[in-house]
Design a protein around this ligand. Structure first.
Ligand code: MG
Length: 190
């Protein structure tokens, strides 16, 4: 279960993790993409932290909408629209609620990512972390989904250009999604 305070804490913890791991995320992207993922995500993170201080959300919908707007307007690349749409679908699912279950939120996020990215499971994208967690949310499932994604061959997006060499390399979107869900594991209320 998430409350408004826990949601704001989650988003802040996610932002802190993105800023802390900025160089690592860009390094993953340099190997199988264009090397900008850490910088792009950290830019959104700085903006969102300020916005959460300025707006102090009163509902879960307001919190996720703030995240969506910042990601769409400042992050750029593929990740801006993908995370932005995920947060926007989470905002719609939660609406005016001040408490909400985690599982339906993740499912709403998956629907947003699929709609925007036209991706399916098994293509070595962030979805390969999100989909298993939408079915079962715990630390073991997160670890397994992340490792499974790393061992896939990329068949979607820029990473597909490196073909078999992508096997064993970390997908940057999967890595930032891992940070998102690690923050949620820390902040979610049983
Ligand atoms: Mg990139």
């Amino acid at each position: 279960m998430l409350t408004v305070d826990r949601t704001v804490a989650w988003l802040n913890d996610f932002c802190d993790a993105l800023i802390e791991h900025k160089a690592t995320l860009s390094e993953y992207d340099r190997i199988i993409g264009d090397g900008d993922h850490g910088n792009n995500m950290a830019r959104g993170a700085e903006q969102l932290k300020n916005a959460l201080l300025d707006t102090s959300p009163k509902t879960l919908g307001e919190a996720f909408k703030t995240a969506a707007m910042k990601w769409i307007s400042t992050v750029g690349g593929a990740s801006g629209p993908l995370y932005g749409t995920a947060f926007m679908e989470m905002a719609k699912a939660a609406g005016d609620a001040t408490e909400f279950d985690v599982q339906p939120l993740i499912k709403a996020g998956v629907a947003g990512i699929q709609k925007r990215g036209k991706a399916v499971a098994g293509e070595k994208t962030m979805l390969d972390v999100w989909i298993p967690l939408s079915e079962k949310f715990d630390a073991a499932q997160l670890a397994e989904a992340f490792n499974t994604t790393t061992n896939m061959q990329a068949t979607k997006g820029r990473a597909s250009f490196v073909g078999e060499r992508s096997i064993g390399e970390v997908d940057p979107g999967a890595a930032s999604s891992k940070l998102l869900f690690e923050a949620l594991l820390k902040d979610v209320v049983e």
